[in-house]
Design a protein around this ligand. Structure first.
Ligand code: ATP
Ligand code: MG
Length: 433
């Protein structure tokens, strides 16, 4: 019979292999600790949501809804469903459905896979992961500053460097509309200077004209009315409040008047954390209209989403050597009568919290030892029939203290083994081995 055809994973959807896991673990541990430090509680929502949730919650004329969603009809009952492209809409749905804001504001966070049908490239995948924080029910700039500080603490915790904060204020919808009208008037008045692209966008999306790369239009764009000139006193005070809190904490930022964010539901503060090689690793802001847009009682909210793969990529580059220890002990056993006692020995060590691999599949002493070495364990425990008959096993350093070649071996009574291994590991940690 020929070899069966191989089935490949879906393009743009990655396997996380065990060698990569220490990075993920380190990241997730830091996230959990930082969220806890700020009083955020985890919420887990389904990966699949009704399609209208995203169409309404993200906005019909966004990149995500126009061309990036994995939407399908459930063949069994005809429901229109979508793999979540982001999690804020799902969290808001859950908050409304379970009336979570009934007794006051809530601090929530999530972590999980998101799905967007984009062209895969470095830092851009079709299944990727986001960690997000959502502060719901808070209207003031204190909450905006809090979620920014939370992100900053996470970068510090992870030892990330070269990450800069950009902030802007989008004001309120009325202010944005007035700005939009002024933009259209400005470009209309100089219609002869617009290229074809800009003319097409003039009445659909005049903001996009500001992003033009056409050198001939730079002067016109420079002279265009700016959104900040249209912010009313309240919007200005909110933005000033955020800046004061960041200043008070010594958080550096750059005001970027061009920062708008992709999604429709943002208002007032928006921000991004950008690396020195130009990648956005976290985007967020205030989205006061969203809860009411999705059918809840109006309540203000702000938050952010971190692109996990992009952070991990950065971590790998900042600390290239960080690989987690894999296990403490590898148990090698020789002779048919040794397996039963070896299994007991392994279980007793696990009882005291050690990570133990018990050799499976037999083989010569040499081949078992090769496996022990490759396992990354710090000790091998050798259970031979003769020693076991005397109530003993041997213990051998695999990561030798004092450098290679100085490996030690000793005989230990079965009853004392677990304690001896724990003691030796502690001593080794103290010596920095
Ligand atoms: P972009 O302009 O890069 O497409 P976005 O505005 O679509 O970003 P958000 O929806 O704000 O991104 O998502 C927050 C973060 O999630 C991004 O800053 C990025 O780090 C990450 N992210 C977004 N899309 C992807 C993707 N396809 N693959 C990996 N990470 C992503
Ligand atoms: Mg995008």
């Amino acid at each position: 019979m020929g070899k069966a055809e191989r089935i490949q994973g879906v393009r743009g959807m990655n396997d996380v292999l065990p060698d990569d896991e220490p990075w993920w673990q380190r990241f997730e541990d830091a996230v959990a600790a930082v969220m806890r430090a700020y009083g955020y509680r985890r919420i887990r929502t389904p990966i699949v949501e009704p399609t209208p949730l995203f169409v309404r919650g993200i906005g019909e004329v966004t990149d995500i809804v126009e061309k990036e969603m994995y939407s399908f009809t459930d063949a069994l009952n005809g429901e229109a469903l979508t793999l979540r492209p982001e999690c804020t809409a799902g969290v808001v749905r859950a908050v409304i459905e379970h009336n979570l804001l009934y007794d006051g504001p809530k601090r929530l966070w999530y972590d999980g896979p998101m799905f967007r049908h984009e062209r895969p490239q470095k830092g851009r995948y079709r299944q990727f992961h986001q960690v997000g924080a959502e502060a719901m029910g808070f209207a003031g700039p204190d909450a905006d500053a809090e979620v920014i500080l939370l992100g900053k603490r996470l970068w510090d915790e992870l030892g990330l460097t070269g990450v800069a904060l950009e902030i802007n204020s989008l004001g309120q919808a009325g202010e944005r509309n007035a700005h939009r009208a002024a933009l259209i008037a400005h470009f209309d008045a100089h219609a002869e200077q617009l290229d074809a692209d800009a003319r097409r966008r003039l009445h659909t999306n005049p903001l996009r004209i500001l992003d033009t790369k056409n050198p001939a239009m730079q002067a016109l764009v420079e002279a265009a009315p700016r959104l900040d000139q249209f912010l009313g006193a309240e919007s200005q005070a909110h933005f000033a409040g955020v800046q004061q809190l960041l200043d008070a904490r010594g958080v550096a930022y750059r005001i970027n008047p061009r920062l708008v964010r992709g999604l429709d539901y943002y208002n007032l503060t928006v921000f991004e954390w950008v690396t020195d090689d130009g990648l956005t690793i976290c985007g967020g802001g205030r989205y006061d209209p969203l809860i009411a847009m999705l059918g809840g009682n109006a309540a203000p909210a702000c938050g952010f989403a971190i692109g996990v793969e992009r952070v991990l990529e950065r971590m790998r580059r900042t600390h290239p050597d960080e690989a987690g220890a894999r296990c403490d002990v590898y148990v090698v056993h020789m002779g048919g009568a040794a397996l039963g006692p070896a299994l007991q020995v392994a279980e007793r060590m696990r009882d005291v919290g050690l990570a133990v691999i018990l050799h499976c599949g037999g083989g010569s002493f040499k081949s078992q030892f090769k496996r022990a070495d490759a396992s990354g364990a710090r000790f091998a425990v050798i259970a031979g029939e003769e020693e076991l008959a005397r109530g003993e096993v041997s213990m051998k350093w695999l990561r030798a203290p004092g450098g290679p070649g100085a490996s030690r071996q000793e005989t230990v009574a079965l009853d004392a083994l677990a304690d001896r291994v724990v003691g030796a590991l502690l001593a080794a940690d103290n010596e920095g081995i």
